[in-house]
Design a binder for this molecule. Structure first.
Ligand SMILES: Nc1nc2c(ncn2[C@@H]2O[C@H](COP(=O)(O)OP(=O)(O)OP(=O)(O)O)[C@@H](O)[C@H]2O)c(=O)[nH]1
Ligand SMILES: [Mg+2]
Length: 381
């Protein structure tokens, strides 16, 4: 290494000279102004001195050699290799992370799947619960389980609303109603003892006479019970209608002839046990001579479903065509039994009675109104 001092008029000129002579090999160590003394300092311009260090020839030669000896190819290869290794490491790390992620996603999916299965099962269980609840409720309201099951057949995962809709439409299909305008002039009231034949006849007399201003006459063929004729007479007096007592079925046609100008001839009959074949035969004999007639089989709303079938079969022996009046609905919570009666009797229902008051406690059977009442009792719970 050599140390050189270069002197010049300005720093700029010296630096240009250094660059020209040594290129970038010179290292500037210091820059200073020449010191002057005595009189010369008044008329001489001071010079700039720059001290530099430059490598001598040997040193430059060694540097050159050293640079040439650097194994460039290996270095690149090595650095490539290193880069590869590092990248590989990074990739391995990434792969691990990916595997980990995949495992986690798998677990999440599995959990989700199980949750879905659970919730599907829960929904199914909930649906079945609702289905069972609906059935139990309808049975509690008196509807026979086998009818319920039939109505709800194939239902499981439907919504409660859909099930109710289905029940509604099944009830509508199954129940039959009848219009008053289809009534015949001659109307018989038949049925088991104490079901409410006489009371219902009185209620209808009041309805036809007072509300519809019809001409009505009452006949009674119930001469078995002492009080039966008196009972009907009392109603007839109150309502201001005539009454005839039929002691023998053979008399009936002549009485009908007598009162043929009336809008309605209402005929009360004695209560019959459906198990008493003889009594049913008498009833048949009474009705057989009348061609155009309306027959009402009066049934208590609490009649057991199995008895309905027996009763209907028995009365069909007396007369095959009849409609139903269901009485005493006020005495039962099982209003669903109306469906059973209509279903097992397979007959239209015309009136429902719901109390002892004459004439108030009777109404025409309207199936929409009835179904709404029945299903309303489920949701009101
Ligand atoms: N709670 C209630 N009682 C009723 C209803 N209809 C009739 N009854 C009562 O049932 C009892 C019998 O009624 P009736 O009209 O005599 O019955 P019936 O079928 O004529 O009886 P028999 O002639 O003896 O066969 C009476 O006490 C009536 O008041 C009703 O809708 N609800
Ligand atoms: Mg009676």
């Amino acid at each position: 290494m050599r140390i050189l001092k270069l002197k010049g008029k300005s720093e700029e000129k010296i630096l240009k000279e250094i660059e020209k002579e040594y290129g970038n090999q010179a290292v500037i160590l210091s820059t200073q102004q020449e010191e002057q003394s005595g009189l010369t300092k008044w008329f001489k311009t001071p010079k700039t001195i720059i001290t530099i260090a430059v490598k001598d020839e040997d040193e430059l030669e060694q540097d050159k050699k050293a640079i040439e000896e650097i194994p460039r190819g290996n270095l690149v290869a090595e650095s490539n290799e290193k880069l590869k290794e590092e990248s590989y490491e990074v990739l391995l790390g990434l792969k691990d992370q990916l595997n980990q992620l995949q495992r986690e996603i798998g677990t999440i999916k599995q959990v989700q799947l199980e949750d879905k299965k659970d919730s599907d099962n829960d929904t199914l269980e909930a649906d079945n619960k609702w289905l069972n609840y609906l059935k139990a409720k309808l049975v509690q309201l008196g509807l026979k389980e086998e009818i319920c099951t039939q109505y709800l057949e194939g239902m499981s995962d439907e919504s409660p609303e859909e099930m109710i809709r289905k029940i509604y439409s099944e009830l509508e299909k199954s129940l039959r109603e009848k219009e008053e305008k289809d009534l015949a002039q001659i109307i018989f009231f038949i049925g088991s003892t104490g079901v409410g034949k006489t009371t219902t006849l009185a209620k209808l007399t009041a309805k036809y006479v007072l509300e519809e201003h019809k001409k009505v006459v009452l006949f009674t063929a119930d001469t078995y019970r002492i009080a039966a004729v008196e009972q009907l007479k009392t109603y007839a007096d109150i309502l201001g209608v005539e009454i005839e007592v039929i002691y023998n079925e053979a008399e009936l046609p002549q009485y009908i002839e007598k009162w043929k100008h009336m809008d309605y001839i209402l005929i009360d009959t004695a209560g019959r046990s459906h198990k008493n074949e003889e009594q049913v035969k008498e009833l048949k004999a009474l009705m057989k001579n009348v061609d155009k007639k309306q027959v009402f089989l009066v049934l208590n709303a609490s009649t057991a479903a199995k008895d309905v079938v027996t009763i209907v079969n028995t009365y069909e022996k007396a007369e095959s065509e009849f409609d139903l009046i269901i009485t005493k609905l006020d005495e039962t919570d099982e209003i669903g039994n109306v469906v059973n009666i209509g279903y097992y009797a397979n007959k239209p229902i015309m009136y429902l009675t719901n109390g002892q008051n004459v004439p108030a406690d009777i109404k025409i059977f309207n199936k929409d109104e009835y179904i709404t009442d029945l299903l309303g009792r489920i949701s009101n719970e």
